[in-house]
Design a protein around this ligand. Sequence first.
Ligand SMILES: *Cc1c(COP(=O)(O)O)cnc(C)c1O
Length: 218
Amino acid sequence: MTIGERVEMLLKQIPDDVTVCAATKRRTSSEISEAISAGITNIGENYVQEAAWKQAEVSASANWHMLGHLQTNKVRQALSLFDLIQSLDSIRLAERIDRIAAESDQVVSTLIEVNIAGEATKSGIKEADLEELLAILPRLAHLRVKGLMVMPPYFIDQERARPYFKRARNLFDTIATARIENVNMKILSMGMSHDWQIAIEEGSTMVRIGTAIFGTRK
Ligand SMILES: *Cc1c(COP(=O)(O)O)cnc(C)c1O
């Protein structure tokens, strides 16, 4: 199957109120262009440099999302490249984004990435540190939190990811109820190629799909 055919099939299966973000790390610019032609409107990259050269090569318009860990020394460049930073994972990064965005009176959209299973190998803020991050957001006028991004551990049996998706949905609802200034919970980014069905059943509003669109990564 071609990339275009896979995109069409996926968009037919995924409910209209769930956004598909194509995860395009290590894919070529022409592969990305093919996905956009077939109806993909959101492109997720993991590295600032990689996104920079791809954006220069992809002429079709799309929203670009940062999915990978963002180093504080790359924030300035990231703000010129991305429409949504899905990987806000520390107070230090939040303060840095706010300060740089303030210089050009920009307001930056972000999702808080939560390390939902507390895995040492994964990025994302620990649940225990979340409250401290939420507490400083009202004074960061150039940053908007629009939701959460999570990535549960990989299980061969996708059902085992369900409790983590549930946990993320509960966190999402709790934060929404708290009505924090500069926080407007709209996007719950969870679910990848092998577990998006379960993520959607548990309330995902955005899935990030790589392999199911582009095939196995080399
Ligand atoms: C690579 C990646 C994905 C997509 O993974 P697939 O299993 O290929 O669908 C989703 N989210 C993040 C953060 C990624 O790095």
